[in-house]
Design a binder for this molecule. Structure first.
Ligand code: ZN
Length: 362
């Protein structure tokens, strides 16, 4: 086969913008493999941690690295064992949480994000999705996306959407329709969580942030009901607002997308007895301290969420096709590959509403 090249944004040095250059394009070598032509690739806050050099040990990062782990695209090449329904030309969402060469009880039950040796593209795997093509080691990581209206924007479903969906499902056992769920931190993932808590759990929601712009953006895009509430914790007494809204009972679940000591300290006591606190954000390097007295006295629990499974991504794709999750409104900026560095810096400065995506136009 002739050597093929592609354009990719390569991180060569921490805190420097990734360099766009031509690198060898991946090819299919084994029967179960595929190569996807990238259409959309979301810029995630984890990219900021990697770019700053803060994620080396936790995520097994090595430079040079092509960043990008939130991809959608079209099957370009498929090995001979790839089924007909994923033939070249098929639009797909790539389940990047799942790349894993290990078979154990977690991966065999579909929870590939719990792999003991994860090969996440753009993180522990050095070829990511800020590139024209992505190698996918097995077709089981591809979710068909026919009928998904805006394939570039739908890239968000594979990480921001999937993580929020996993968090909402973790809270489901503690939440009945009409109960209150608080979502702390209204970046891209938190916006998905507000939508999904309302539509999947039929919960009433309380969105909390310290940025007026982020709260305004949530009010504009999420479509909140009369009994939902947004709280500006930089100006209001969040405790009084949340206890007032819930009639003194507290919320049945907190989904914490910030994950620092202050959020846990402040919002865990606002949980109803037997409620659940779901930690998604890893805002401080060693994680927050758990106030165990609040857990014991109210039989409350704290859970962690890591990305999501490929079967959850398939469910989320169905919800998107059915119009139950609005991923398009979360995309606020569509950029070219050359602008990845600026996009990461903007995110680092906290200036991004919703989510930015790299869009590849044919
Ligand atoms: Zn991410």
């Amino acid at each position: 086969m002739p050597e093929r090249v592609m354009r990719a944004a390569v991180l060569k040095e921490y805190l420097s913008p990734p360099v766009v250059e031509e690198v060898p394009a991946p090819r299919v070598e084994g029967p179960h493999e595929a190569v996807v032509r990238i259409v959309g690739s979301g810029v995630c806050h984890t990219d900021v941690h990697v770019w700053r050099g803060e994620a080396e040990a936790v995520l097994d990062i090595q430079l040079p690295l092509i960043l990008g782990h939130e991809p959608s695209g079209v099957v370009e090449e498929a090995g001979e064992a790839v089924p007909e329904w994923l033939k070249p030309g098929t639009p797909v969402l790539v389940c990047a949480s799942g790349f894993c060469g290990v078979e154990d009880e977690y991966t065999l039950s579909g929870r590939h994000q719990l792999c003991s040796k994860p090969e996440w593209p753009g993180l522990s795997r050095r070829q990511g999705a800020f590139a024209e093509f992505l190698h996918v080691p097995h077709y089981k990581y591809l979710i068909p996306a026919e009928g998904v209206e805006d394939l570039a924007a739908a890239s968000l479903l594979t990480d921001a959407g999937l993580t929020a969906y996993n968090a909402v499902k973790k809270a489901a056992a503690s939440v009945r329709p009409g109960d209150y769920v608080a979502v702390v931190g209204l970046g891209g993932v938190g916006l998905f969580a507000l939508q999904l808590a309302r539509r999947v759990l039929a919960a009433r929601v309380i969105g909390v942030d310290i940025s007026e712009e982020k709260l305004e953006f949530a009010a504009k895009t999420v479509g909140l009901g009369g009994e939902d509430l947004l709280v500006d914790a930089s100006k209001e007494d969040a405790e009084a607002a949340i206890m007032g809204q819930t009639g003194g009972r507290g919320v049945r679940a907190v989904l914490d997308f910030v994950g620092v000591e202050q959020t846990l300290e402040k919002y865990l006591p606002l949980l109803d007895k037997t409620g659940v606190y779901v930690i998604v954000g890893l805002g401080s390097p060693f994680g927050p301290q758990i106030p165990s007295l609040d857990l014991i006295l109210g039989e409350r629990s704290v859970l962690g969420v890591l990305w999501g499974s490929c079967s959850d991504l398939a469910e989320l794709a169905m919800l998107a096709k059915a119009g139950m999750v609005d991923y398009k409104s979360i995309v606020t900026r569509r950029i070219r590959l050359e602008e990845v560095g600026e996009a990461i810096e903007r995110l680092d400065r906290g200036e991004v509403l919703g989510r930015q995506i790299v869009e590849f136009k044919p």
